[in-house]
Structure formats: C-alpha cells, structure tokens
Design a protein around this ligand. Structure first.
Ligand SMILES: *Cc1c(COP(=O)(O)O)cnc(C)c1O
Length: 384
C-alpha cells in the first residue's frame, strides 16, 4: 500500500538525530524582536495599515483572478508605474512573493538564449534559495561569495560561443551575512564581459541608497537598461507583502506574456497593494530612520566583536554573530531569549556548515530602551 508517512518518518528521525529538524513555533510576542525583516517598522505603521484597509474595503479581500483576467485595476497599474519611478526603470511588475518571482522569472530569461546555445549562469555561492529555485534548469557556475576577482576569472574562462547569453545573478545585500555587493564594480564587470546582471534587492529596498531606493543605481549608470534586471521584495522594509521586478518595458511585457508564476497565479490581495501604496509615500522621506538603523547596527556589531563574535562582512541592518557549532548557536539563542530577546539561530543548510549563527535584523521599531536591552543581553553572552 502506498504510504507517504512511512517514507517520511525515518527521514524526519534522521533530521532530529542530527539536530536539523525544523519546527514551527510561535515566538512570545513579549520578546524584543531582532529577527524580523520589518527594518523600518512599516508593517505596524498606522498609515500603512490604514491604506491596506482602505484598499480592502474598496477592492475586496481578494483579487478574484489572475492579473491577465480581472486582477488588474488602474490603481494597480499606477502603483507599478510608481514602483518603476522609485527604481528608476521604464517599468515594473508586482508578484505575490519574492520566491515566486525569482523562481519563475529566471527560467523565462534563460529561455531567451538563441536556439542551439545554452545560457551561462554565474551565481554567488550564498545566493538565496529562491534564486537557486529559478536556476534548476541550467548549471550554475558559482563564484566565491562576493569575490568579484573570482567572478572575473570565471567569466574569462567561460566565454561561451558567439551569441550565447551570460547572466550574473546576485543579491545586493546578502540575507544571512548582511554584507553588500560592490554594485558599481559588479556592473563594470558585467559590462566588460557582455553579461546580463540580475540583482536581488530584497534587503536593500527601502533601507539603503538615496531615498531608500536600494543599491542598484550605480549599475543603472553603467549597464544598459536592456542588460539589467532588478527585483526586490515588498514584505521586508516596505512592511507589506509581495515582490517587484523592475527593468525595461520590453522585459516587463515579455514576463506578462511568458512568466508562468505571474500568469497563472491570482493577483496579490488588494490590502497588499494598499500597503505598498502607503510605503511608497513614506519611504523616500525616512532618511532619519535609515541613519538611526545604521547607527544601531554599528553599535550592535561593536558589542558583538567585544564578545569575540565574528560579524562577517556585515555593513547593514543585518548583523550575523557566527557561533560555528549548531548546538552552541541554539544555546546562545536560548540565553538571549531568557533575557527577553528574540534572535533566532540560523543553521545549515540555510548557512554553510560550521557557520551556525545568530542573525540579528534590526528595525527602527525598536525603542532606545529595547535596543539597550539587546546590547546588555549580548554583552552577557559567554565568549565563544
Ligand atoms: C526574502 C527573500 C526573497 C523572497 O521573498 P518573499 O517575498 O519573502 O518570498 C528573495 N530573495 C531574497 C534575497 C530574500 O531574502
């Protein structure tokens, strides 16, 4: 008899034995949250909530159909035009989630390779799972994390035949390390090698760059619009849900025609569009909040380094504290929790083996008193 449960049970047991089993749990809401990606506190901003409610009242709880059927309103088209203006591109398209976007947009781009050729794909080793999910169809040529010299060598060694498409896919801020890609240098490399650049701005959007527009702008000065694809998410600093891809008009028109993850999916909820509408009003004027966020991150890194913790290359609101051993990382997370601080331990396979860590993601929603409590809890951790 077919028995999925019988096949699953020993596998779950193996995960438990190696302490890699993941369990859903509901964190105590009284804890000070330094694990969410709500970097500007917008998920709780009264105007964002109010606008989400307004859109739900006006357009409904759900969008009722996919975008190409009845899921598009003039208000949604206006919102996409605002997003494109925010990112400095000709056009933009909203998806229900970033995972859906990356996993369904990349294959459409690879399909553009001239017939008889195979696209070449160069990826940072630490790219997000959704970028991998979009890359199953072709072999990835992986470069060492943020090592543009290595990427340069790989591009030189894998020239491909004439007419072959080459893609460089990376995050502009890395979700688990909190370090940045040198976007200008990367764009020069892409330009020199004639490669297409795909930038994931999930953790930069709203937080970094002038007006919180992200880190892509230097690439836009170097790479032609037709060789640049930018995506970002709406559920992190922008406080709502969903994701956008921004680029040339032709790219967006092609995705509307070819991208299964867009075409065959119900349009995002009106409330999510409403939240974005308000976030786009607020984010450009939040320089003071962005400056405070940067200061909090500096102070946290200093406190962690005093404890002897490696914070890797973090220069952003995402601050890792590498513990190394998985059990020790869990123990550190428990100690912080006992001190009232929610800093989740991140373990392999989300991060490379031997680099289990606490991942702090800071937010301007933290009061000074709450942040002081985080620093005190960090200072009380045993040195690794
Ligand atoms: C969160 C994240 C995504 C996925 O976005 P969702 O909207 O949460 O599905 C994609 N890329 C990176 C780098 C992310 O951190």
């Amino acid at each position: 008899m077919a028995d999925l449960d019988g096949l699953i049970a020993p596998r779950l047991a193996r995960l438990s034995a190696s302490r890699q089993r993941r369990l859903l749990r509901a964190p105590d809401p009284a804890l000070i949250d330094v694990s969410s990606n709500d970097y500007l506190g917008l998920s709780r901003h009264p105007r964002v909530i109010e606008r989400a409610c307004e859109w739900a009242h006006r357009h409904g709880a759900g969008s009722r159909a996919s975008r190409l059927v009845t899921g598009t309103t003039q208000a949604v088209l206006d919102l996409e035009a605002r997003l494109a203006a925010f990112k400095g591109t000709e056009a933009a398209l909203i998806f229900a989630t970033g995972f859906q976007l990356n996993s369904s947009v990349l294959p459409v781009l690879f399909e553009l390779a001239p017939s008889g050729t195979r696209p070449l794909l160069f990826t940072d080793r630490l790219n997000h799972a959704s970028l991998h999910a979009g890359s199953h169809s072709i072999r990835q040529i992986r470069y060492h994390h943020n090592d543009l010299g290595h990427l340069d060598e790989l591009l030189a060694a894998n020239r491909g035949q004439a007419g072959e498409l080459r893609f460089i896919v990376t995050e502009s801020v890395f979700s688990m390390d909190g370090d940045r890609t040198d976007v200008a240098a990367l764009a020069r490399l892409a330009e020199r090698h004639g490669a297409i650049l795909y930038l994931d701005e999930a953790h930069a959007t709203g937080v970094l760059g002038p007006g919180g527009r992200g880190l892509a702008a230097p690439a836009q000065d170097i790479v032609a619009p037709a060789a640049l694809v930018i995506m970002g998410t709406l559920g992190k600093a922008l406080g709502g849900a969903g994701a956008y891809v921004a680029g040339s008009r032709a790219l967006i028109d092609w995705l509307v025609n070819r991208c299964a993850g867009f075409i065959y999916s119900t349009a995002p909820q009106p409330a999510a569009f409403g939240a974005l509408d308000a976030a786009l009003d607020l984010v450009p004027a939040m320089d003071a909040e962005r400056a405070r966020l940067a200061r909090l991150a500096e102070d946290l890194r200093a406190a962690l380094r005093e404890r002897g913790c490696d914070t890797l290359g973090s220069t952003t609101q995402i601050v890792p504290a590498v513990i190394g051993d998985e059990a020790a990382a869990l123990e550190a997370a428990h100690m912080l929790e006992a001190a009232g601080v929610l800093a989740v331990a991140i373990r392999p396979p989300t991060v490379p083996t031997g680099t289990a860590r606490l991942r702090f993601s800071l937010s301007t929603a933290l009061s000074d008193a709450q942040f002081d409590a985080v620093l005190a809890a960090v200072r009380a951790l045993p040195a690794p």
